[in-house]
Design a protein around this ligand. Sequence first.
Ligand code: NAD
Length: 349
Amino acid sequence: MAPVRLAIIGGGLIGSRHARLTVGEDQCELAAIADPAPAGEALAAEMGVAWFADYDEMLGVVEPDGVVVATPNQMHLPAAVACAERGAHILMEKPIAHSLDAGRDLVRAVNRAGVRLTVGHHRRFDPAAGAAKAIIDGGEIGDLLAVSATWAVRKPAAYFGVKWRRETGGGVVLINLIHDMDMLRHLCGEIATVYGELGHGARGLAVEDTAALVIRFKSGALATVAITDAAPSPWGWEMATGENPGIPATGRNCYRFMGSKGSLDFPNIELWRHGDDGAGDWSQAILRQGRPLSPRAALADQLKHFCRLIRGEEPPRISGEDGLASLAATAAVLRSFEIGAPVAPAFTL
Ligand SMILES: NC(=O)c1ccc[n+]([C@@H]2O[C@H](COP(=O)([O-])OP(=O)(O)OC[C@H]3O[C@@H](n4cnc5c(N)ncnc54)[C@H](O)[C@@H]3O)[C@@H](O)[C@H]2O)c1
């Protein structure tokens, strides 16, 4: 089977990780990197592939089968439109776009052109996501009642040296919380309402650094989420899983799912129940049961999926509509803060 030919638009923090994975993956080959920055040119040289400052030119010259788009959020729409018009399939980094209108236009352009699109909510490829979904959907913790989720890190000051990360749409909500909203939607079902408060005090930038929210799921389950990019802590997906080589692992759980028959620590997948049948109450010992997980390789597994998607072997795991739903849930947090009331996430296609 011939490897699919991929290109990368945007070779920054995450684009460079995609580039390295692409070079090491048998199902694909890296044909080019488009990124006007000197670091993008250096990355292309390091990978031994063609470099273009302009992605339109790259698409015309290289004609890749598929493109990983890893530009700043505000550029996702124009880059996707260019790919779609050239017939290239798309792995679009999350969020699908910087606004719901842009996301809708992106999905329309992709559908019009008949190319395939998947959105880079790669955490769903982690084995803990599959295990937790099987446990919750299989009724092992009974009816889901409540969830407590935390993501807290202190990003280095240099991270905010990049202009788009200081501007509206580049804050902790659209960059980081969207991962948690996507995972919560994946594991708990659709969101009925979300009420959010934002904090901007840690750095005094236009973008928020902290958020606290209350979510009501359509199932009736409730969740609280606390997130900040300005507080050192061991609790958050990257520290829990060690998936990002740039962020040292702690192995600490960061979500707790509480059901009528038991509870689940996530993402280490530790089930807490009074007995296997889920009966019993606080007067009895609560027993911890671990579950083995296969090795973690979410970004690499997402790339393999993209190759199969390009070859038409499977549908997108995270479709454009799914990506829009996660963006709508996240945008509802910002809107809720503006109006001071809960918001029902909504989007049109
Ligand atoms: N899935 C994840 O875990 C994850 C992690 C980080 C970032 N992201 C997402 O990936 C995207 C990029 O984030 P990042 O942190 O890598 O940002 P970054 O600023 O490190 O990289 C963005 C790159 O895009 C390049 N760029 C800017 N304009 C361009 C253009 N017109 N054409 C081509 N390249 C252009 C920049 O030069 C830069 O190298 C964002 O959408 C972000 O939300 C996802």
